[in-house]
Ligand binder design. Structure first.
Ligand code: DGL
Length: 264
């Protein structure tokens, strides 16, 4: 009898969720993965609250209904900090969110924590509750930047990262911190470049591995780890030239991006 393979839906506004996919699939290669990114409404860090919730709700609910999804990962901090209660109330499958790793970062820090995220994430009450609850003894410096998110989108499309530009963006917090939280799933995709700019005096922390462990705990895995599951990827943005991105996706096991039109 063929063993059932669990199917995971991974959602983000763009390619950032691929950093989370990489962590999950490294531990669970045998699962089927469906990745959807809402590039039509990107960047989420500048989207209003109600539009964001409506879009994530519509996209995730319809895909869960159409495909036999066993678990959803909202691989986007900007979305997770507001949309999880709506999705969990509606869906019968587990919904795992990604939120800034303030607690481990605060435990590691001697001086101060830097939270690098989208302009929306650094203003969310959810984020400020995390800081209040888990970083009482260490100050947290906030840096919100959409340009950093764009840099990661561009890198996956073959454009070299300009380290001078990165240095200018990170300059306001550089000397104040000894640990930085990559509070946007796009940022692990430019981790080496961020590390080079912040130097080894700053330790980088992200949520990817913890999310992979959480997914593993929530699923009953039947298929063997030697077999590789299916990987499909969809974008809400109307089709356009994505040759360079498709090459990067191929290396991650995906076939070319398919169009998934959204009607809100
Ligand atoms: N990847 C997303 C996050 O983790 C958001 C990027 C954006 O669309 O602004 O916050």
């Amino acid at each position: 009898m063929t063993k059932k393979t669990a199917k995971i839906l991974i959602f983000d506004s763009g390619v950032g969720g691929l950093s989370v996919y990489k962590e999950i699939q490294a531990q669970l290669p045998q699962l089927d993965y469906l990745y959807i990114f809402d590039n039509e409404a990107y960047p989420y860090g500048e989207l209003d609250h109600d539009t964001l919730i409506a879009r994530v709700d519509t996209i995730v609910s319809s895909l869960v209904a159409q495909h036999q999804i066993d678990l959803v990962v909202i691989a986007c901090n900007t979305a997770s900090t507001i949309v999880l209660p709506t999705l969990r109330a509606k869906l019968s499958v587990p919904v795992v969110g990604v939120v800034p790793a303030i607690k481990p970062a605060s435990n590691l820090a001697n001086k101060a924590v830097g939270l690098i995220a989208t302009p929306a994430t650094i203003t969310r009450p959810y984020t400020h509750d995390l800081i209040r609850d888990f970083s009482q003894s260490k100050p947290v410096e906030l840096l919100g930047s959409t340009r950093l998110v764009d840099i990661a989108e561009e890198k996956l499309r073959g454009k070299a990262v300009d380290l001078e530009e990165l240095k200018n963006i990170l300059a306001p917090m550089e000397s104040k911190i000894d640990v930085a939280v990559l509070g946007c799933t796009h940022f692990p995709l430019i981790r080496e470049e961020i590390q080079a700019v912040l130097t080894n005096h700053v330790q980088l922390v992200d949520s990817g591995e913890a999310i992979a462990r959480r997914v593993k705990d929530l699923l009953v895995i039947e298929a063997d780890a030697e077999t590789q599951g299916k990987r499909e990827i969809y974008s809400s943005a109307p089709p356009w030239e994505e040759g360079a991105l498709n090459q990067a996706l191929y290396l991650l096991g995906f076939s070319p991006v398919q169009y998934y039109p959204i009607e809100i």
